[in-house]
Write a protein that binds this ligand. Structure first.
Ligand code: IPE
Ligand code: IPE
Ligand code: MG
Length: 246
């Protein structure tokens, strides 16, 4: 393995037990609501409410980067009423939560595309990311209208447009063209809702991430569940292809 490959896998930053970047696939909102005979949007609202306490606990646990998957490029395939409802919920939550997150020193970033979002949501995202850009207590990345394949394809297009030569194109350079440029790869990816798949989330960045799947629906995933997931992560032996660990 070349030095470049090693570096791009963040091995040097990801010693066993250290969790710098946590990513969460917040799944199961719809089923949570259906189980309670509520409309699916009630589940999305409850799921959004749940984010606040998970951000709080993540900060307390010393996590520096938190990435939350909120809406995928494939989620446009849902009925338009659900899509619009999710957009409205996100617009409101950004507007309502930005002041307190800013006050707590959270830097909010968006990964994914702004294309297709309502003007109001676009403006809310641009406002909050600009306002919080110098904050450092927690780097919070919201993956909204995000898909790993689109992200990779867009990176390739930018690389071609920049005339990067084949000789100069290595993993590090490639990664710098992704939406996650400057963010270390996720150490742990938690998925709620019971599925065991990535659903197009961080497909480049997750090459050596640990996975944790729980059957709990996202609105039911509480601080203690997060601590349990992290305790499991502490037991994992991350080898990055090597055979020695200690
Ligand atoms: C996750 O919950 C939120 C989004 C994908 C927008 P779901 O809406 O996928 O909930 P389930 O999986 O149908 O229960
Ligand atoms: C993944 O959940 C996307 C988000 C949680 C935002 P989905 O519910 O869209 O995933 P699939 O359809 O079960 O793969
Ligand atoms: Mg789902």
């Amino acid at each position: 393995m070349t030095r470049t490959n090693k570096d791009s896998l963040n091995k040097n930053d990801s010693r066993n037990g250290v969790l710098t970047h946590l990513a969460i696939i917040m799944d199961g909102n719809g089923r949570w609501a259906e189980n309670k005979n509520l409309p699916r949007l009630a589940g999305h609202r409850a799921g959004t409410e749940n984010i606040r306490s998970i951000i709080e606990e993540s900060t307390k646990l010393g996590i520096k980067h938190l990435t939350l998957f909120a809406f995928s490029t494939e989620n446009w395939r849902r009925p338009s009423s659900e899509v619009e409802g999710i957009m409205n919920i996100l617009t409101n939550v950004i507007k309502n939560e930005t002041p307190s997150l800013h006050q707590k020193g959270v830097k909010i970033s968006h990964i994914g595309s702004l294309d297709g979002l309502s003007q109001e949501l676009k403006e809310a995202i641009l406002y909050t990311t600009d306002l919080t850009r110098n904050n450092k207590s927690l780097y919070l990345n919201i993956a909204f209208n995000y898909g790993g394949r689109t992200e990779i394809l867009e990176a390739v297009k930018k690389i071609l447009a920049d005339n990067i030569s084949v000789r100069n194109l290595d993993e590090k350079t490639f990664a710098s063209y992704l939406d996650t440029s400057g963010i270390p790869d996720p150490d742990l990816i938690i998925r709620t809702g019971g599925e065991v798949r990535l659903s197009n989330f961080l497909i480049w960045q997750s090459a050596y991430s640990e996975y944790y799947s729980t059957t709990k629906f996202w609105p039911d995933f509480k601080k203690r569940d997060l601590r349990k997931a992290l305790a499991t992560y502490q037991q994992r032996n991350r080898r990055f292809g090597e055979i020695t660990t200690d």
